[in-house]
Design a protein around this ligand. Sequence first.
Ligand code: AMP
Length: 291
Amino acid sequence: MLRIALPNKGRLAEDTRALFNDAGLEVRATGERALTASLGGEFQALFVRAGDIPEFVADGAADAGITGLDLIQESGRDLAELLDLGFGRCRLAVAASEEAGVERVDQITVGARVATSFPRLAARYFAEQGREIEIVPITGAAEIAPHIGIADLIVDLVSTGSTLRVNGLREVATILESTARLVVPRRVAEGAGGDDRKARALQELTAALGSVLRARGKRYVMANVPRTELEAVKRVLPGLNGPTVIDILNGGQHVAVHAVCDAATIYRTIADLKALGAQGILVTRIERLMA
Ligand code: AMP
């Protein structure tokens, strides 16, 4: 059995569950509040707080885990990343109140108090910057700290930046860009886990999640194009190894082309195909794309 620690609530929980569903590892919880659930086959989910996941994995209570890079780095535990899952995007930033007039790190005064629930990452950052500051460790929302006089600055997670704006704070510097990651203890990633069955299950998990993540950024395009335009079509539809070209029964001057394209630029691809005289253009999502 491969035990995977997953976030039990918050921003990461929903996206994680959607990813597992798409990968065919549906969460089969016995109830809303279940702390464990079968994911089918050899996989079992343990639902824990995102902040506790690095400890769970490092201590061997779980074989693998999914949580934010910010929490992984703050834990200081020796974990290896197997996948960047792309969601849960945020940055750990230094912010000061608008009135403080601090726009750059080198304007921060010696002994400034920094409220944060990321004391390790904050201390490391200011040490690297050669700034002597005092960390004020907190557990909840840091945004209030400058207003109630317990700190001059904060180090907190920012996603859209609206929480900072609403609280009259200005972003001064970015410490870390974060997304959710699949992690295992480093000794396991280096093949020293000593359990072949678990190692195989971990490979299967990584391949399944990775194939869904790769597919999300791609689309499958099919179109009928004039045979005379095939050279130009090849430039528009590079595909994985160039487009597949198929004869059409009674297709006349047209042949069918199929290719995998980037989802982000699909509108451009369609416009380019139309300009080359393509007909019957069809675009579909891809469930999985194996490496
Ligand atoms: P925003 O207003 O969108 O910049 O969000 C900032 C607030 O949401 C702060 O209170 C952060 O602690 C929290 N936050 C933003 N992104 C994340 C994340 N990926 N994980 C956990 N908390 C986050």
